[in-house]
Design a protein around this ligand. Sequence first.
Ligand code: BT5
Length: 259
Amino acid sequence: MNQNDLKKSLSKLPLGDIRFFESIGSTNDEALARAAAETPDLSLIVADEQTAGRGRLDRKWFTPRGTALACSLILRPTAVEKPFLTRTVGLAALAVAESLRKRGLAAQIKWPNDVLIAGRKVCGILTESVWSGEDVDCVVVGIGVNVQKDSVPPSDSLYFPATSLEEELGAAPERLEILRDILEVFIDLRPQLVTDELIARWASLLAFQGELIQVESGNVPAIVGHLTGLDTDGSLQLRNEHGESITVRFGDVRLRPLA
Ligand code: BT5
């Protein structure tokens, strides 16, 4: 991968600036720094390696050189989009899941920000906002996809099992093709950010629908219930053992182990 191949591969898409780095700390950090300048909507940062890739809550995201897709997209939301920005993570997860499904992979979304294949994590998404006073100026959408087998971290370092596209397809696809497919679907779906169609599509690909799950967030006891769907802002909805409906805005979802 290099700057020329990247630009050539993405030339038909209506993107802003495109920057390639052989090695970088985190593409999200670079995008956040650029977002503060006059960088146009749909500008893209791509790296062949991340040395300080981040997940939520400053967890580490591994991107060994030459094995994975690590990119960040800078969105400058319109006034119409601004009330719907909590849905951005769903838009990105849908773009990844739907583009992988076109390759015959049964990709699902583990709320809020992971894409799974056969119950294992193949992609993580990190959305971060740049505020200007009370207003969101920019949203950075960071996407990490495990493409080659070597991108998958050792299982003892993981909270949730992981996989790669190479493992699932039998051969590693071209990273540039994966990136182009994801961006194409993202751009196609973006008008739905402001419609409930997005929520319906997102819900239709949710992993663990109807199943008994637990949601962990911080030190409070896990919330347990059957996964029933999504709220219009993208929050997760559960039904607990008393039949009450619970709305969850942040956390890590997993199937409830049998007692
Ligand atoms: C995420 O956080 O899954 C968001 C990951 C976002 C990564 C992209 S890459 C481009 C951009 N630049 C960045 O710096 N970040 C974004 P979370 O749900 O908190 O999951 C983090 C957890 O995933 C870690 O604590 C590990 O257990 C696990 N993990 C780390 N690297 C992984 C990998 N390559 N594949 C699968 N799981 C991984």
